[in-house]
Design a protein around this ligand. Structure first.
Ligand code: LLP
Length: 420
């Protein structure tokens, strides 16, 4: 069951009428379903049960403290990419030995704090990073556990901006250099190699690239261990796609697990997963209100009070998100062809283009579906639009998990020098 369904013509998050939340806290806002997130996590755990993986939630997808805490309680670790995410994971009670540090630009400060907390490992992405970590660990008198992110030069067949596994991309160590890099680690007194890592992209629908890349990593794992290394794990990253609507297929989780198992099980090694979108994407919606219906030449514009600063995905990746009215009209025959746009002064400010929507009128509420991942976290305050509220629903209750920012708070972030 999805966390969002119509009940008597009104769209609900679990048992809460979304229109009631709007009445209480205003619009726009993000709303997440607790049970949907928990069910997704349980589904993932069960698909991989025999391999008993560490599921390190890629918290960049949605790093609200409530979401990290609830996934942490369910048993997730965290895949982090910044000091901010490290402190968030720590504050949410995720134990350090379930934290994986990814990313190409780790600073000394980030390294030393992660070493101080005792994280599971660093996913190294370059030789200079390896050298810096060795130095930082040496200064602290500790040994840093490391895994090497391999760039397998595999095309994940996803949007170019979220494709990460080709030699063209800035990520990982080219697989042809892996052995040299592992020798370097062996000769670095304060590093200990414990694994291999990859992350080939995001919103991956086609499973063949996983097959190709994991197979390459599995071969490398055996070879390295035969050559005297003692690697313990393979981290296959995240990237599993979801359906955002528009007949986008739903990826078969069991098929994915089968591919992974076929390469990992024979190695008898530990498996790490870094899912982000798959856990939270379908578990969130963005609720917004229609300000105006504007008739254009050839199509209409539904002007709503959310905009590209609140949900950047359509603008940045031409991403599709289904749009549903909060109240289903009895007459479905009346449709309009429209772009759903925000109030921002850019033509790129749209949430949907050329959609056939049931006719809408001023003050109607609509839901931008499947916006739980890379929605709130990528929001900004362009056009001096404060960050919007986020709420979490559990059964028939909801709570605000991020207060709506006020304009006064936004202005107070700035300082005017006395010499102006
Ligand atoms: N691991 C690493 C190292 C990553 O860089 C990412 C995502 C993940 C795991 C999680 O990937 P996921 O399972 O969520 O696909 N803003 C874009 C997505 C960017 C993904 C960045 N890296 C979007 O809205 O589509």
């Amino acid at each position: 069951m999805s966390g969002f369904e119509y009940k008597k013509g009104a769209l609900h998050a679990e048992q809460v009428n979304l229109a009631d939340i709007a009445k209480e806290i205003g619009t726009p806002f993000y709303c997440y379903s607790k049970s949907e997130i928990e069910q997704r996590f349980a589904q993932l755990q069960s698909a991989f049960a025999d391999l008993n993986p560490l599921i390190a939630y890629a918290m960049k997808a949605n790093s609200n403290q409530a979401i990290i805490s609830l996934l942490g309680k369910a048993g997730a670790g965290a895949d982090i990419v910044s000091l901010g995410e490290l402190e968030r994971a720590n504050a949410a009670g995720i134990v350090a030995n379930k934290i994986i540090f990814s990313g190409v630009g780790k600073s000394e400060k980030e390294m030393s704090r992660a070493l101080e907390l005792g994280i599971h490992c660093f996913n190294l992405e370059s030789v200079p990073e390896l050298e810096r970590l060795n130095k930082v660990a040496n200064k602290m008198g500790v040994i840093a556990p490391v895994s090497v992110r391999i760039n397998p030069d595999v095309d994940a067949k996803t949007h170019a901006k979220i494709s990460t596994g080709k030699f063209d991309n800035k990520f990982g160590i080219p697989y042809i250099d892996a052995k040299t890099v592992f020798e370097k680690i062996k000769n670095s007194a304060n590093l200990k190699a414990i694994g291999l890592d990859m992350h080939i992209g995001s919103q991956i629908i086609n499973l063949e690239p996983y097959n190709e890349a994991i197979s390459l990593l599995a071969g490398l794992f055996s070879e390295l261990n035969e050559n005297g290394h003692s690697l313990e794990h393979i981290d296959i990253g995240g990237g599993l796609g979801i359906s955002h609507g528009n007949n986008e297929p739903i990826v078969d989780l069991l098929e994915y697990a089968k591919i992974v198992r076929s390469h990992i099980a024979p190695l008898n090694c530990k498996l790490i997963l870094e899912p982000g979108r798959w856990l939270v994407g379908n578990a969130g919606v963005l609720i917004t209100k229609v300000e105006y219906i504007k008739q254009g030449a050839g199509k209409d514009f539904v002007i709503v009070n959310a905009a590209m600063n609140d949900l950047l995905r359509p603008t940045l990746y031409e991403a599709h998100h289904d749009i549903l009215p909060l109240t289903k009209t009895k007459d479905n025959s009346q449709t309009i062809l429209a772009d759903v746009v925000g109030p921002i002064c850019e033509s790129g400010d749209y949430l949907a283009q050329k959609r056939n929507l049931n006719s809408l009128k001023q003050d109607d509420l609509i839901a931008i579906m499947n916006a739980g991942a890379y929605g709130a976290v990528m929001a900004g305050t362009y056009n001096s639009r404060p960050l919007i509220a986020e709420v979490l629903v559990k059964d028939d209750k909801f709570e605000i998990i991020r207060k709506r920012q006020t304009i006064a708070e936004l202005i107070a972030l700035d300082d005017v020098p006395s010499w102006i």
